[in-house]
Design a protein around this ligand. Structure first.
Ligand code: UDP
Ligand code: MG
Length: 321
């Protein structure tokens, strides 16, 4: 089964057009599917339009957030509710083309866990969007070692277990390929079409690229360090402590065997400092390790609150998730 997850924030004009196109493509696949629209607290007629569609088509499921939680939270909610073995994400504004979906699925059959879209000919403003994205994509590729041209393209296909692996927050949905690599996921990309926004305005500007770049360092940290902070802090602490210890040893030998006066040497102060900071850092590492574990255990809460669910097992009202 295929699940298509679509975050939508004030997309009233786009949704009916998208739905018709998408339905045509999915019907032609001859496989079971569901379309999950996540209404991210829209203030226009998006909820009404989604309800109308879902009323007529039971394959269309709707999750409505209490307020606007952002695209990542919307995608995450879609992942959590998806029943398919393969999950496809795409934008609601028709900048992604439903007709590329068969290509993604075809590529996936070659044994990939994630097939990412690459907007080779991106139809967005150059200075405010394309250029910053180019720089961001380059940095992300270098930092994570996963070479994709276009992390920001929402049109992606995931094996469901990979998509559901992470609790997503911030702008993190785009980094799933980089995160999944740690688990040995096979990742590739294929060129996809990209269209100018049909109706409405983009919700993002250049500030988001900066946030995305900052996020990548968090991802790097999550991937490699945060699970064992003791290695980072402890490693540095151990080196400092060893240096301090050697200095101490050297000074002790001078004092005991050569009878030299060591009380007024700068080296003594350095040695003491190194030993003390070494011990400090090792303890910090241990405490950080405890915090990280507690952090993982304690994050039981959902990053969004659902107001209403439609066409999920006939249960329509659900405020508790
Ligand atoms: N979106 C969302 N919540 C938000 C902002 C955006 O669900 O807070 C959705 C939006 O409706 C669209 C997708 O995320 O389906 C991408 O947003 P947009 O088209 O504004 O971004 P761009 O294509 O300019 O990067
Ligand atoms: Mg868009």
């Amino acid at each position: 089964m295929i699940s298509v997850v679509i975050p939508a924030y004030n997309e009233e004009e786009n949704i009916p057009v998208l739905y018709e196109k998408l339905k045509k493509v999915l019907d032609s696949l001859g496989e079971d599917y569901e379309i999950i629209f996540v209404d991210d607290g829209s203030t226009d007629r998006t909820p009404e339009i989604l309800k109308e569609i879902a009323n007529k088509d039971k394959k269309v499921k709707v999750i409505r957030f209490r307020r606007n939680y952002g695209q990542t939270a919307a995608i995450y909610a879609g992942f959590e509710h998806a029943k398919g073995d393969v999950i496809i994400t795409m934008d609601a504004d028709l900048q992604n083309d439903p007709e590329d979906i068969p290509k993604l699925l075809e590529k996936m059959k070659e044994g990939y866990d994630i097939v990412s879209g690459w907007r080779k000919d991106r139809k967005d403003p150059f200075l405010s969007r394309k250029l910053p994205s180019k720089i961001a994509n380059w940095i992300i590729s270098k930092v994570t070692g996963v070479e994709l041209h276009d992390y920001g393209c929402t049109l992606k296909a995931y094996k469901a277990d990979i998509a559901k692996m992470y609790r997503l927050y911030g702008d993190m949905h785009r980094f799933l390929p980089a995160l999944a690599k740690r688990f040995g996921a096979k990742i590739t990309e294929i060129p996809v079409r990209h269209h100018p926004r049909l109706y409405g305005r983009s919700k993002y500007g250049i500030d988001r690229t900066i946030r995305v770049i900052l996020d990548i360092f968090l991802v790097k940290f999550l991937n490699e360090y945060i699970t064992r902070p003791l290695y980072v802090f402890g490693g540095i602490g151990f080196i400092l402590f060893t240096l301090g210890f050697l200095i101490g040893l050297y000074l002790t030998v001078l004092k005991l065997f050569f009878g030299e006066n060591i009380g007024n040497r700068p080296l003594l102060i350095l040695g003491v400092l190194l030993i003390l900071s070494g011990i400090q850092l090792i303890s910090t590492g241990i405490i950080a390790e405890l915090i990280v574990r507690t952090y993982y255990e304690s994050r039981g809460e959902k990053p969004y609150i659902i107001e209403e669910k439609i066409n999920f097992n006939g249960v329509d009202k659900d405020g508790s998730n």
